[in-house]
Design a protein around this ligand. Structure first.
Ligand SMILES: [Fe+2]
Length: 220
């Protein structure tokens, strides 16, 4: 039996794109030529507002714009180790409240197959620094898209540090930019990698199929 388990990210009203009919494990992320806003435009780790966020994401390009629509990845382990020892120590002792509506906008109305509503919010607390269960690598887990605040701190107090860390994540020496081709598949480990979708292809269609999985239950 496969040790991989489907993640719980596809709750009925989870603010994410809908599952494909007859293929409940696959959600489709669609941006039509007339939509201005994209899904996952800010730096993030997938669904950290869930109690059990997905460990891995598979993304397949079904329709790609003629130009643009890249996904940019950042090595969160390298980012963490680039920080001063003092900041590393501070972050390692912090927990973060993540929320699905940190940047709530009109995204829901602007995405073709968005299944959530403004009333649905999800919240979860996770460490600011992920210690990977396989091998113990440490990586920055706090992310701009879903981090509401450090636990015990206000959002106002938290934002400057979240903003600073996001700038570090975005630094070119930590990043890899993937230009999609039709039917290309990418797989990444959400505990070590941050990503965001570049919204630079207005007027073109982009369709991506996403599957998320967890490896809970496997021995490290
Ligand atoms: Fe994502």
């Amino acid at each position: 039996m496969s040790p991989w388990h489907a993640s719980s990210a596809r709750l009925p009203n989870t603010p994410s794109p809908r599952a494909i009919e007859d293929y409940p494990e696959i959600v489709q992320i669609v941006k039509t030529p007339t939509q201005r806003q994209n899904f996952s435009g800010k730096w993030h780790v997938d669904s950290t507002y869930l109690e059990t966020p997905p460990d891995y994401t598979f993304l397949t390009a079904r329709e790609t714009p003629p130009l643009g629509g890249d996904t940019v990845f950042s090595n969160a382990e390298a980012v963490f180790h680039s920080l001063s020892e003092g900041l590393q120590a501070l972050l390692e002792n912090q927990e973060v409240e993540f929320a699905s509506d940190v940047h709530a906008t009109q995204r829901g109305q602007q995405l073709t197959n968005f299944s959530g509503s403004d009333a649905d919010t999800y919240r979860a607390v996770h460490p600011a620094v992920m210690r990977h269960p396989r091998g113990g690598k440490r990586a920055l887990y706090i992310n701009e898209e879903h981090a509401l605040a450090f636990k015990g701190m206000t959002r106002e107090e938290s934002q400057p540090l979240i903003r600073y860390l996001t700038e570090r994540i975005a630094q070119s020496e930590f990043t890899f930019r993937l230009t999609w081709e039709k039917d290309m598949v990418a797989l990444w480990d959400n505990r070590l990698v941050h990503h965001h979708a570049v919204n630079d292809y207005h007027g073109a269609l982009r369709v991506m199929d996403r599957i998320t999985v967890n490896d809970r239950g496997l021995e490290a």
